[in-house]
Each structure stands twice: as structure tokens, then as C-alpha cells.
Design a protein around this ligand. Structure first.
Ligand code: SF4
Length: 429
């Protein structure tokens, strides 16, 4: 998952790790007693695993399962979240992991009433929803406006691109319905951003993609490069062969946007630009980049039965040989901190920290990404204790390189051996 991260308001626990073997043996385990400085920035709740469409690159298992979260389960989940003390400042509550709008508005009316029972809920909870857009109507817009829900809608680009992967179970394209949903949002003044998966179909069409966003008045965009993750066991972009094409796509898109005065806000370039112009904008007090996805309880992901995981949301409900289940407990019978008694949780944490330690020792981008996405490391490299992935090359490294090269071109600097902005190198590199 690619997420725009905000600097935490609470001070997260500092990491310490060396090699994986050593780390697993000596790393102080996370316990409720030594976790007092953790903070939760994102709570993902799955109202139902069901999705009304069937994109061929989807990582979610069980997306034909129509069961939905009982309100009693949600009550218990929220009680445990508040009781944990991890959510004591504004945090995002993302309704996701299935098509959230396939659950009726009535369910959400009750759900929001449950959440808002907490006296600080309206101050602390920033609701957001990630939707395929096909079910949006005026009633949904009224609800989204009333509760100030932030909306992300998944549209992959023009029809010939979108319909290639985003289909119904009957194999029909979903472009027309998704666009109708987007126009309904516009008509009702619901602000939204668009998330587009860049796959083998779109990667060679940066101009058509750019024209599409401009033509439809879309101004906020996030690119998700198609990933090997969960139920999506291979990427149409290949394990490494797509990198040149992705670079060409991003560069051309950037140049088109620049030529027009940057009317489009592209998440990947905005993050890169901020890293360049505002070093430390997302740093912890110790100076390391704060990576919410790698921080225990920085992200908490709860399925419709109350099972929960931490770290990357894509891990929730995924079975693995190496770690067992990524569900670290159930909030009906236990607390969030019960995860710390879970061997798999401690092993995942130790491996994530060992991988990040290696990143910090070997990669000049570490202070701009904090080790990126654990789920990508696991699904691409087979272990969290690893470094570079296809995903970090295309969403962290390439956007920064493209901006830096462009700055150098603007300033007439042609000597790439002596770059204008030299990124701080980790020790020993
Ligand atoms: S190798 Fe990738 S994940 Fe690791 S620090 Fe570098 S950019 Fe980040």
C-alpha cells in the first residue's frame, strides 16, 4: 500500500536492531510496558470483505464473501482502540478492504453513531473511504458530505485502460459506472482524489493518462504501480522488466504536468518534492524518517470479525508459511496489546526492523522513506528482513530522481557525477 504519511504527533518508539539473527535473539520484545510512546495514525476497518467487482490484480482474498461486521463487533473494536491509548490525537479511519459502499448507508449511520459516542471522536477521527466508485449515488454523497468523509476513487485512466483490468464478475468493464460515480461526486461537491493502478496497459500511455485527468477535472492523483501482493501473485509489469517503462511513464507525466504549470497534484511527486525541499518533514525526534507502515500499531487493520493485524494493511488475513497468520489477535476476546504476546507478531516486528536496519546501512534513500512498505518486501523478497523492492524503486527512488534531474537540467548542470543536491549517504556507502 502506498500511503501519504504525516508526521506523528506522539513520539513513536525508537527502533534498534542489528543483523536478523542477532536481532531476533536480543531485541527487546515489545510489551505494553515499553510501548507507551507508540501512536496509531491509521485504523483500517473492513465493513465487509465483499467487492461488487472483480479486478484481476486485486490482492484481497474472500472478496465474494458477503458477510458484514456486526455493530456489536464494531462497538468492541472501538472500545479496544480507545482503551489502548494509541489513538489520542487525530488519526485516519479508512473504510476499506472490500468495496465499502457495497454495505448500505444505514449500516454506516449506526456505525458512525457508535464511533461518535466517544467524546473526542469528532475531533480525532478523520474518516476516509477508498471505493471503486460504481455504487456512488446522491444519497451516498449526502452521507459523505454530512460526515466529511475523505474519498479516494479508483479509476485507472481512460476507458481502454481502465476496463482492461477493472471488470465485473461477468467480465464487463466498469469504466462507465465508475465515471458516473465520479461525476456524481462532482455534482454534489464531494472532494475526492483518484487512485490509478499503473499496469502493463497504462504504463506506455503517459500522455493519454495525463489528458484524461485534465479533461475530467481530476486534480489529486496517486499512482499505485501494480504490485505482487496477497492474492495477486504476479504483476503484469513483471518482476524487474517494467522498471524502464515505469520510469519513462513517470518522467513524461512529470514533464507534461510541469509544462502546464503543475495543475495536477501527484502524490508520489509531492512526497518526493517535500523530501527534497523540507528535509525532516516526516522525521521522528531522533532524525529517522517516520514510517507508519513499519511501526507497530502505527497502522491497525481490523477485519469484519474483529481479527486484527498491524503494519501494512495488505497483510490482514493473509496466511503465510513463514509467519503463520498475520492476524495477531481478535478484539472481541482480547486487547490490541495482546498482539505483543503473539510469537508471529514479535517475529514480524523483528524482521521488519532488521530489514530497515539493512536499508539504513545500504540505501541513500533511507531517510526519505524509512524502509518503505513491509508487505512489498515480504511479497517480493520472501521476507521482511530485506531491502530494495520494485515498489520502492518506482514510488520512492524514481520520483525523487526525476525531480532532481529536472532541477539540474533547469540550472544547466550536466555533470551527473557532481549532482546539485547530494543525498546524505548512510555510513559506509
Ligand atoms: S532500499 Fe528501498 S525501502 Fe530500503 S531505504 Fe532504499 S528506497 Fe527505502
Amino acid at each position: 500500500m502506498t500511503t501519504t504519511l504525516e508526521a506523528p504527533t506522539a513520539v513513536p518508539r525508537q527502533t534498534s536492531s542489528s543483523s536478523n539473527e542477532l536481532n531476533a535473539a536480543v531485541m527487546p520484545k515489545l510489551t505494553p510496558q515499553n510501548s507507551d510512546r507508540l501512536a496509531m495514525g491509521l485504523l483500517v476497518i473492513q465493513p465487509s470483505p465483499f467487492c461488487n467487482i472483480n479486478c484481476d490484480y486485486c490482492y484481497l482474498p474472500n472478496r465474494t464473501d458477503t458477510r458484514r461486521m456486526d455493530h456489536e463487533v464494531l462497538e468492541r473494536v472501538m472500545d479496544k482502540v480507545w482503551d489502548s491509548g494509541l489513538a489520542m490525537a487525530p488519526f485516519s479511519l479508512l473504510w476499506h478492504a472490500g468495496e465499502p459502499l457495497a454495505v448500505p448507508i444505514k449500516w454506516y449511520e449506526k456505525a458512525f453513531e457508535i464511533i461518535n459516542r466517544h467524546p473526542k471522536a469528532k475531533e480525532w477521527v478523520i474518516h476516509s473511504v477508498q471505493t471503486n466508485g460504481t455504487l456512488i449515488n446522491d444519497k451516498w454523497c449526502d452521507f459523505l458530505n454530512e460526515h466529511q468523509v475523505e474519498v479516494g476513487i479508483s479509476i485507472d485512466g481512460p476507458k481502454f485502460i481502465h476496463d482492461h483490468h477493472r471488470k465485473t464478475r461477468k467480465g464487463e468493464g466498469t469504466f462507465d459506472k465508475a465515471m458516473r460515480g465520479m461525476e456524481t461526486l462532482k455534482k454534489n461537491n464531494v472532494p475526492f482524489g483518484v487512485v490509478s493502478v499503473i499496469s502493463d496497459v497504462s504504463v506506455d500511455h503517459p500522455d493519454e493518462m495525463y489528458d484524461f485527468y485534465r479533461e475530467h477535472g481530476i486534480t489529486g492523483i496517486g499512482f499505485n504501480i501494480e504490485e505482487v501482493e496477497g492474492a495477486n501473485e504476479s504483476s503484469s509489469l513483471g518482476e524487474s522488466g517494467g522498471l524502464d517503462r515505469i520510469h519513462a511513464f513517470l518522467k513524461q507525466f512529470y514533464l507534461r504536468n510541469k509544462a502546464d504549470g503543475f495543475p495536477l497534484n501527484v502524490r508520489e511527486f509531492q512526497n518526493a518534492e517535500r523530501n527534497i525541499l523540507e528535509p525532516g518533514w516526516c522525521s521522528r525526534p531522533d532524525g529517522e524518517y517516520y514510517n507508519q507502515e513499519a511501526d507497530p500499531f502505527g497502522m491497525v487493520n481490523v477485519d469484519c470479525f474483529g481479527n486484527f493485524s498491524s503494519f501494512s494493511p495488505e497483510l490482514l488475513g493473509q496466511p503465510t508459511e513463514k509467519y503463520g497468520s498475520f492476524s495477531f489477535g481478535n478484539l472481541l476476546s482480547g486487547s490490541l496489546f495482546d498482539a505483543t504476546k503473539n510469537e508471529a507478531f514479535q517475529k514480524v516486528l523483528a524482521d521488519i526492523e532488521a530489514g530497515n536496519k539493512k536499508c539504513s546501512e545500504t540505501c541513500e534513500f533511507f531517510q526519505y522513506c524509512g524502509g518503505a512498505s513491509p508487505s512489498n518486501k515480504y511479497y517480493e523478497n520472501g521476507t521482511f528482513d530485506s531491502t530494495e523492492t520494485h515498489q520502492c524503486r518506482s514510488t520512492v527512488k524514481m520520483p525523487m530522481q526525476i525531480i532532481l534531474e529536472d532541477l539540474e537540467d533547469d540550472l544547466g548542470i550536466t555533470d551527473r557525477e557532481s549532482p546539485l543536491i547530494e543525498m546524505a549517504k548512510p555510513p559506509g556507502v
